[in-house]
Ligand binder design. Structure first.
Ligand code: IMP
Length: 210
């Protein structure tokens, strides 16, 4: 018993301590999982976890007794949804949609459905979980698609809101953080499939872009 507790303490992962931006790398004295951040750290692991807990509490209150289906949009929302559902105490279900809209760091403007839901959402309360809303075109497409299936309600929760480049403006019901007009990576968000495993969110150094 004691041994298990000790092992569990030893594998707690170190992470940036600051809530605010940390230039270039994680805070001095901390041991990052990846040797160097690929740019300025915008949101530390702790700041993200605190915000995720607050969103979970709000969802708990709003959906008590409704057993919503939380629909994650692959692949960027995996980390967020995985953490978020563990802060929610009311009954929920989880389903996934896969969408392709970006190649590299700029939008192709074309949204494709790669994987549909497994659940029938007619008459159900649906909460879409997105990593980031940028132009809004992806979420606009997905919400129109799901609305046609006549859910009892359809709401949107995004970890990040990059409103500067918005084209399709839809109300967002739950927002984790507002972000500036910059390309961000980490905590599920990628640049060409990399950086999803960073436990914090950083602005990708433009020098790393082509
Ligand atoms: P939108 O259609 O322009 O709103 O783009 C939404 C999708 O683009 C997100 O689900 C992300 O996959 C991707 N995306 C937009 N901005 C960023 C970013 O700064 N970093 C990583 N992915 C992004």
């Amino acid at each position: 018993m004691t041994d298990v507790a000790v092992v569990a303490r030893e594998i707690v992962l170190p992470s940036p301590a600051s809530d605010g931006p940390v230039a270039g790398s994680v805070a001095a004295g901390e041991q990052p999982l990846i040797t160097e951040a690929p740019g300025e750290v915008l949101f530390s692991t702790e700041a993200i976890q605190r915000r995720v807990r607050a969103l979970g509490a709000a969802i708990d209150t709003d959906y008590a007794a409704e057993c919503p289906i939380l629909v994650g949009i692959l692949r960027g929302s995996v980390a967020f949804l995985a953490d978020l559902i563990r802060t929610i105490t009311v009954p929920i279900e989880v389903d996934w949609l896969a969408i392709s809209s970006y190649t590299g760091h700029s939008s192709s403007g074309v949204v494709r459905l790669l994987k549909d839901l497994d659940s029938n959402i007619r008459g159900r309360h649906v909460l879409l979980i997105e990593d980031i809303v940028d132009t809004g075109l992806t979420i606009n497409y997905v919400m129109r698609l799901l609305q046609e299936r006549q859910p009892a309600s359809l709401k949107l929760c995004t970890l990040l809101n990059k409103s500067a480049r918005r084209i399709a403006d839809r109300p967002i019901d739950y927002v984790g953080f507002d972000v500036p007009d910059a390309f961000v990576v980490g905590y599920g968000l990628d640049y060409e499939q990399r950086y999803r495993n960073l436990p914090y969110i950083a602005v990708l150094d433009p020098a790393l872009l082509p």
